[in-house]
Ligand binder design. Structure first.
Ligand code: AP5
Length: 218
């Protein structure tokens, strides 16, 4: 199963992807996580991406498409969930072209729809584990011990692009450059719109209801 998860920053893409990959035994390919790993490793790609990410702008398409094609090429046969990619119509067209080269296509597009004011509250309260990538929220998804990851005991951190000012710019970028990707897919695939203002469990059950038509849980 090959899935694209679309939605504004803070819509809950990362949170839901972790649940989807567990249930269907897929690989989670997050362009944001891959970029942050490149930055942490001090690679040329990471340093080229840094300025764009910190300001809330998009990293140029050509860098992203090459990076994500390499990640998809390594994905196992069972499939993957794309999180944060494609984020422009150019990226979506490049993905279609790349997949068609191997006779493959995207099976389902899930569009998480969320209000801007909900996003602001979620992002400024988000904390994540720099070690395993687990995501928490200071109010609605608390770790067992305040400020510490449940999985490995690492101290949780706040992403530098989760300040209110940068979140506002990321939302603007989303409305201008990424919303048209939803329309791109509407003309070629089935897009499932989900109300992502709901709580985490409710959104998961909406997603699993739709994905059940494509594959059984493992
Ligand atoms: P990226 O890392 O992809 O960030 P994003 O899309 O802005 O999304 P987030 O990871 O911030 O949010 P999310 O939807 O995953 O929400 P989460 O589940 O964590 O990209 C970062 C940057 O990299 C971009 O700005 C850009 O510069 C660059 N980039 C990446 N991909 C690119 C591309 N393709 N092209 C160009 N540039 C690219 O949830 C957020 C919080 O809310 C958490 O605390 C969570 O616990 C909580 N929460 C989640 N769901 C719920 C719920 N239902 N109810 C209550 N709380 C919830």
């Amino acid at each position: 199963m090959r899935i694209v998860l679309l939605g504004a920053p803070g819509a809950g893409k990362g949170t839901q992807c972790k649940r989807i990959v567990e249930r269907y035994s897929l690989v989670h390919l997050s362009s944001g996580d891959i970029l942050r790993a490149e930055r942490a490793a001090g690679s040329e790609l990471g340093s080229n991406a840094q300025e764009f990410m910190d300001s809330g702008a998009l990293v140029p398409d050509e860098l992203i498409v090459e990076m994500m094609a390499a990640a998809i090429a390594k994905a196992p046969e069972n499939g993957f969930v794309l999180d944060g990619f494609p984020r422009t119509v150019n990226q979506a067209a490049a993905l279609d072209k790349y997949m068609a080269g191997d006779g493959r296509k995207i099976d389902a597009v899930l569009n998480l729809v969320v209000d801007d004011e909900v996003v602001a509250a979620r992002m400024t309260g988000r904390r994540s584990c720099p070690e395993c990538g687990a995501v928490y929220h200071i109010e609605n998804l608390k770790p067992k011990v305040n400020g510490v990851c449940d999985n490995d005991g690492t101290e949780l951190v706040q992403r530098p692009d989760d300040t209110l000012e940068v979140v506002r710019r990321r939302l603007e970028t989303y409305h201008h450059q990424t919303e048209p990707v939803v329309d791109y897919y509407r003309s070629s695939s089935t897009v499932y719109d989900m109300d992502a203002n709901e709580d985490v469990e409710k959104v998961s059950s909406l997603i699993f209801e739709k994905l059940g038509a494509f594959a059984p849980a493992v």
